[in-house]
Design a protein around this ligand. Sequence first.
Ligand code: NAD
Ligand code: UDP
Length: 315
Amino acid sequence: MARRVLISGGAGFVPSHLCDRFIADGWQVLAVDNFCTGRQSNIAHLLGNPAFELLEQDVSVPFTVAGPVAAVLHFASPASPIDYLRLPIETLQVGSLGTMNLLEIAREKQARFLMASTSEIYGDPLEHPQRESYLGNVSSIGPRSVYDEAKRFSEAAVMAWRSARGVDTKIIRIFNTYGPRMKTGDGRVVSNFVVQALRGEKLTVYGDGLQTRSFCYVSDLVDGIVRVLERGDHMPYNLGNPGEFTMLELANEISKQIGQVEIEYQPLPKDDPTRRKPDITRATTDLGWTPKVPLHEGLVAMIADLRARLAAGDA
Ligand code: NAD
Ligand code: UDP
C-alpha cells in the first residue's frame, strides 16, 4: 500500500506543489486546509485523483485522522505579511495550537514530522549570511511578531515533542520562495511586482528599495524539502537560494522581461528586515542540495502563470 502523508496547508502556494510531488513519487496525500489564505484552484487538478484526499479543517482545533500516516508536514500558516497582519490571532494559533495538534497526530501515528519554519526566525539579522546557528534579532511586540514568534514557538514545540515524546522530527527554515500559484493579491514582492507589471501599473517599492532578499524557485524548495524529510537530521536546515537581490534589482529584472515599468516609492513597513541571505552549507553538505533555478529563469515561469491566470480571471 502507498505510504500516506498529511500535508497541512495543502491548498497553499508551496504546499500544493508538495502535494503534486508526493503524488508523483507514489504517496497517498491527505491535504488539510481551512482555506484562510489558500485557494481551491491550487488543488483543483488533484480532486478526483484516488491518491489525493482533502480534509477541510482548521488545524488549530484538535482533530483526528483515520488510518495510517507515515509523515506529517506542517505547512499551514498565513505566510505573506499582509495575510498574517490581517490574521494575527489565527497566525499565533496555528503556530502554537496547530503545531502541537499535528505533533500529537504524528506521535499517535508514529509518523515522521516536518515543520515548515522560516527565515523570519532570524528577524532583522545582524549576521549575514544567516547560518542555522544564528539566534536572530526578533521583536516580540512588533507587527511581524505574530508570525516570527509563532514560528519560533513551533520550533521549540518540535524539539520538545522530539525529546519528551519521541517523535522523529525535522525543521526547515524557508527563505523567500516564489513561483506559479501565488495569489495575484498575495502581497509578497515577487507576485506584487509581476502582477503590477502585467497590468501596466507602477511597481510599489517600499522604502528605498535597497533592502535585499534571496529568492528561491518553488521546485528547488520542494526538492530540498523531500531531501530533508528522507535523510536530514533533526536540527534546522536553511532552504533558500543564496542569490541576493535588492528590490530595485528585482524590479529591473521584471521590467527586462515584461517591458519598461515605472516605480512608485511607498513607505517601508515597520521592522522590515534590511538584508536576508541563507547560508546553505548544511543542506549542501548533508543532503547534496543546491538550488538550480536562477531568478531570471524562475521569473519566466512565474510570469507565464500569472499572465494566463489574469487573462482567465483566476485570482
Ligand atoms: P500560503 O498562504 O499560500 O499557504 C498556507 C496554507 O495554510 C493556505 O492554504 C492556508 O489556507 C492554510 N492554513 C493557514 N492556517 C490554517 C489553519 N489554521 N488550518 C488549516 N489550514 C491553514 O503560504 P505559502 O507561501 O505556501 O507558505 C506555506 C508555509 O511555508 C507556511 O507555513 C509558511 O510560513 C512557510 N514559509 C513560506 C515561505 C515562502 O516564501 N513562501 C517562506 C518561509 C516559510
Ligand atoms: N516589498 C516591496 N514592494 C511590495 C511588496 C514588498 O518593496 O509591493 C518589499 C518588502 O518591504 C520587503 C521585501 O519586498 O523588504 C520582501 O517582502 P515580502 O513581503 O515578499 O517578504 P518578507 O518581507 O516576508 O521577506
